[in-house]
Design a protein around this ligand. Structure first.
Ligand code: 5RP
Length: 232
């Protein structure tokens, strides 16, 4: 299977973990979209679930497929969130936010009893950091905030270009919450726990894309099928 087929296989297997009546967090990105498509087909057959989307994009897709939707204000506690990742390691530590939805993704995942990650094999790494770490930053004073991020990251053994994300027209990329994303090309992150904690203490940082201790299980597509990794 190629990478997209692996994503789809992981997404379809995730349906095995969904039971009627569940309240689901619906992730963002191409892998999560495979899951939403598969879920939509089940809903058409009468499967009874309700979803909370982690982005406007996912919400629109789910709506178009007839998936009943709610939000965390009306439904603050969810059973399972199914979402993709930009990187994961064997301890189920993740980098997320490649699609710019890390804040809502983290809010929804941590409002859920379980988070299940779905990914193709290329996402499984021994050391996090080859994928530039996305950090969501308030626009006010963002250059100063990015400077603090560089200082803090350096103290945690991480150096590299920190760049404000732009869209396909070269304009600043805004998250669904109206913030910027700074992508931090560190190459490797020797201490994800320490870095995640210290980045979030910087005034102006809303959250970072390191998901530590949040994911419970990963379904990873492989060339020949899917593998399951469970949190230790
Ligand atoms: C979006 C995310 C996605 O889960 C991540 O970017 C993976 O995307 P894809 O499934 O398209 O590879 O964190 O903010």
């Amino acid at each position: 299977m190629n990478a997209d087929e692996q994503k789809q296989a992981a997404a379809v297997r995730a349906l095995d973990f969904i039971e009627p009546g569940m309240k689901l967090g619906l992730g963002t990105g191409s892998t999560a979209e495979h899951f939403v498509q598969a879920l939509g087909a089940r809903v058409k057959e009468g499967f009874d679930i309700v979803g909370v989307p982690t982005s406007e994009r996912t919400g629109q897709l789910a709506e178009s497929l007839g998936i009943p939707l709610t939000n965390l204000d009306d439904t603050p506690h969810l059973d399972v969130t199914i979402d993709g990742a930009d990187e994961l390691d064997i301890d189920l530590r993740l980098i997320k936010g490649g699609g710019g939805a890390l804040l809502r993704e983290k809010i929804v995942a941590t409002a859920s009893d379980r988070m299940i990650v779905i990914a193709d094999a290329s996402k499984l790494v021994t050391t996090l950091g080859a994928f530039p770490l996305p950090v969501e930053v308030i626009p006010f004073g963002c250059t100063a905030t990015a400077g603090r991020m560089a200082e803090v990251a350096s103290a945690w053994g991480c150096t590299g270009r920190i760049a404000r994300r732009t869209d396909e027209y070269g304009e600043p990329f805004f998250t669904d919450s109206g913030n910027f994303i700074f992508d931090c090309a560190f190459g490797r992150i020797p201490d994800p726990v320490g870095l995640a904690h210290e980045l979030n203490r910087i005034a102006g940082v809303v959250d970072n894309g390191l998901f530590i201790g949040i994911a419970d299980l990963a379904i990873v597509g492989t060339p020949s099928g899917t593998d399951i990794i469970e949190a230790k």
